[in-house]
Design a protein around this ligand. Structure first.
Ligand SMILES: Nc1ncnc2c1ncn2[C@@H]1O[C@H](COP(=O)(O)OP(=O)(O)OP(=O)(O)O)[C@@H](O)[C@H]1O
Ligand SMILES: [Mg+2]
Length: 336
């Protein structure tokens, strides 16, 4: 398994430098539930002001990691600092600096959105007037003012999730943990949530998110770690992770066995699938390479029935790092 990937500079990269102050750092975090080892030595370093995404299959330990770092549970071993405070010895310091939006909603459905917000304001010891001001401001920011006086049970999933995050922001945390913030949201609500998260980041908030959506990590995260079997299987930018796995390819499908055979003879360096009459060639997907392949087929008078170009994406990384490769590579982009 590939281990950590080195940081590389990117054009337009405005992430903090590696020497920047850590919002979250952890060394050798371990946690078991009974016999079950969930985290087997996790190291993390998340610079302040960045977005970090923890990916992993169901049951990998993402929520467990979030709970340890947010002091909801204690680790069996290792150390972690959040906002400069040790989670084991200074949990109050950690709690004062963070906000947590759990995987499962903290919204109380029986009371209104506004009442949920005011309850959070009370928990943060804001005065009545300050609480009302902050609640109104956040409800407005999360487009919930129109529903503020309605019981939260009547909210849609997307509205509830927005209220959940609004509640998390009442104490003005500098670091927020979002455990699967967009699970169950429709594509539009998901994009809205991404906008909200980007807004937090531009305000200087550090975001630690877990997600099942590779696309989400790709969109939002400065750095991504893939958790598997209790360990970080790989860590890096989306681009770095994509480079860890075998590159793209071109696939040509034929219906006529004679054309299939001629193409295999013409192109030579191909992987054959004689049953599916499909040929696969390694490729960087560039226009030049595609043209060269098509030219060779054309000059041999061969026409493929279908040509697809596959470029590796984070799904491929996820499948490659988190289990048996029993999911076939699906073409991502059909050229013709
Ligand atoms: N309180 C608990 N008692 C016993 N086992 C637990 C407890 N909490 C979690 N586990 C187990 O620890 C493992 C990791 O759970 P965790 O919730 O951290 O996974 P996850 O990566 O968040 O999964 P998902 O993607 O489904 O949310 C699972 O096998 C789970 O059954
Ligand atoms: Mg979870």
């Amino acid at each position: 398994m590939p281990s950590s990937v080195m940081r590389t500079s990117r054009q337009g990269d405005h992430r903090p430098s590696p020497t920047a102050v850590s919002a979250v750092s952890a060394v050798g975090l371990r946690k078991s539930y009974g016999e079950k080892l969930v985290l087997d030595g996790i190291d993390l370093h998340i610079p302040a002001g960045s977005v970090f995404a923890l990916l992993g299959p169901n049951g990998a330990g993402k929520t467990t990691a979030v709970k340890i770092l947010s002091t909801l549970i204690t680790a069996d071993g290792g150390q972690a600092q959040v906002a400069g405070h040790d989670v084991a010895t200074a949990p109050d310091g950690v709690r004062a600096a963070i906000g947590v939006t759990g995987q499962f909603s903290a919204v109380d459905g029986l009371i209104t959105g506004e009442e949920n917000m005011l309850l959070m304001a009370d928990l943060h010891h804001l005065s009545k007037s300050e609480g009302r001001r902050v609640a109104a401001e956040l409800l407005e920011r999360f487009d919930l003012t129109h529903a503020a006086k309605k019981p939260a049970a009547t909210y849609s999933g997307g509205m509830k999730r927005r209220l959940d995050i609004a509640m998390t922001l009442v104490g003005d945390p500098r670091i927020i943990f979002l455990d699967e913030p967009t699970t169950g949201l429709d594509p539009r609500s998901r994009h809205n949530m991404w906008g909200i998260i980007r807004g937090l980041v531009s305000d200087g908030v550090t975001v630690f998110l877990t997600t099942q959506y590779l696309e989400e990590a790709d969109e939002l995260a400065d750095r991504i770690a893939v958790l598997n079997d209790g360990r970080i299987a790989a860590e890096g930018t989306a681009e770095e992770l994509k480079r860890l796995i075998p590159g793209g390819h071109i696939r040509l499908r034929f219906t006529d066995p004679a054309s299939y055979q001629s193409a295999a003879d013409t192109l030579r360096e191909v992987t054959r699938d004689d049953e599916a009459l499909t040929l696969q060639l390694p490729s960087d997907g560039s226009q030049r390479e595609l043209r060269s392949i098509l030219d060779r087929l054309d000059s041999a008078g061969i026409e493929a029935d279908e040509l697809t170009v596959h470029t590796p994406d984070l799904d491929d990384v996820f499948f490659a790092l988190t289990g048996p490769a029993d999911v076939p590579n699906q073409p991502k982009e059909t050229v013709r």
